[in-house]
Write a protein that binds this ligand. Structure first.
Ligand code: ACO
Length: 337
């Protein structure tokens, strides 16, 4: 018998406020047509003034726990993948633990930008297989709107806020079920093509920390060489899906669902084409959510799960590409009723 990790609960949360392309085009020199044609995005959700990333994460986690029929007392660890933590420290995961009423079990954040959930799933899977934890809450949560330059039309139209969560549980079994395996990559030579510098204004030389506001919106801003990112993303995602299938001996025709990071519909379509998958076998939320970074893969999973599309025994391929560049993929045999 071997320990395997299974997804036993799924949840998601999107803040109430919706920012449409039409409204955005009153703020910067853009148009609904340009955004839809280049990215597939129609709208995005924006966090409320009094909300933090941990609030979005907590709501998604509550839904995942409820879906699993579990309470916070059944959980052994919380991992939050985020690029937009409430604070530099303590970790957003420790704040989520407190908000969920949990006590005295490990909680930590991981940072791999848009690949955070895919990295997190690989990490938690390894720890569960190693016997360290029985049940882990894994959350991807972001308030990307807080690190946007709202005057830069080339980036501010692309991102949104939200959170997605899963509960992972160890099961002792013979078959290769649940999380089958993962492949992760990072190449720091591309670090300058996509970044948000100055994680906090206090980190920038010449800034008096006494002048800082608690709400540091606008202090850091995403900068991206969009078309260069696009080119590398398409190539690396094509390679990584081939690699993960080869590593675990799976044919591309066996994949039932592609659950990609939602950055741009043209990148999603290129990966589906590489896998010879019809677009209706791909989870698609970029039109409604835009790019929610680490939240995008679990939100896409939650979306098709809530639509009742996932069936026990189906094979899922999750993938993401991010600043770093950091990218990766997970293969999952869906084992939830
Ligand atoms: N509205 C109108 N025009 C615009 C806008 C806008 N919002 N943004 C840029 N333009 C203009 C540019 O100024 C440029 O004009 P010019 O030709 O007069 O100079 C023109 O549109 C074309 O710009 P490009 O950047 O070449 O457009 P492109 O077709 O590459 O699309 C996009 C840009 C959507 C950003 C695309 O490159 C992309 O999706 N890149 C990948 C993003 C991604 O995958 N990120 C990874 C994950 S994110 C993370 O890790 C945090």
């Amino acid at each position: 018998m071997t320990l395997r990790s299974h997804i036993v609960g799924v949840g998601g949360y999107l803040p109430e406020r919706i920012l449409s392309n039409a409204e955005l085009s009153t703020m910067v020199d853009t148009s609904d047509e340009w955004i839809r044609e280049r990215t597939g995005i129609r709208q995005r959700h924006i966090i409320a003034k009094d909300q933090h990333t941990s609030d979005l994460a907590t709501e998604a986690a509550k839904q995942a726990l409820e879906d699993a029929g579990l309470s916070i007392d059944d959980i052994d660890a919380i991992v939050v993948a985020t690029t937009t933590p409430d604070l530099i420290f303590p970790s957003t995961a420790s704040i989520v633990q407190y908000k969920l009423g949990g006590r005295d079990f490990p909680a930590w954040d991981i940072q791999a930008v848009c690949s955070g959930f895919v990295y997190g799933l690989a990490q938690v899977d390894g720890m569960i297989r190693g016997g360290m934890f029985r049940r882990v809450l894994l959350v991807g949560a972001e308030s990307m709107s807080r690190i946007m330059d709202w005057q830069d039309r080339s980036t501010c139209v692309l991102f949104g806020d939200g959170a997605g969560a899963v509960v992972l549980e160890a099961r002792d079994e013979r078959e290769a079920n649940g999380i089958i395996g993962s492949v992760l990559h990072c190449d720091g030579s591309y670090r300058h093509l996509l970044m948000a510098s100055h994680p906090h204004p206090g980190a920038a030389p010449g800034v008096d920390p006494m002048d800082l506001k608690i709400d540091s919106a606008g202090a850091a801003a995403v900068e991206m060489k969009g078309n260069e990112v696009f080119r590398v993303a398409v190539t690396k995602l094509g390679e990584v899906v081939g690699e993960v299938l080869g590593k675990y001996g799976v044919r591309q025709s066996e994949i039932d669902w592609l659950i990609p990071h939602q950055a741009n519909i043209r990148i999603l379509q290129a990966t589906a084409k590489k896998l010879k998958m019809s677009p209706d076998r791909m989870a698609l939320t970029v039109d409604q959510h835009a790019n929610t970074s680490a939240a995008s893969v679990p939100l896409a999973l939650n979306h098709i799960y809530r639509e009742g599309k996932l069936e026990k025994g189906q094979l899922l391929l999750l993938e993401a590409f991010a600043g770093g560049f950091a990218w990766g993929a997970n293969l999952v045999r869906w084992s939830k009723d």
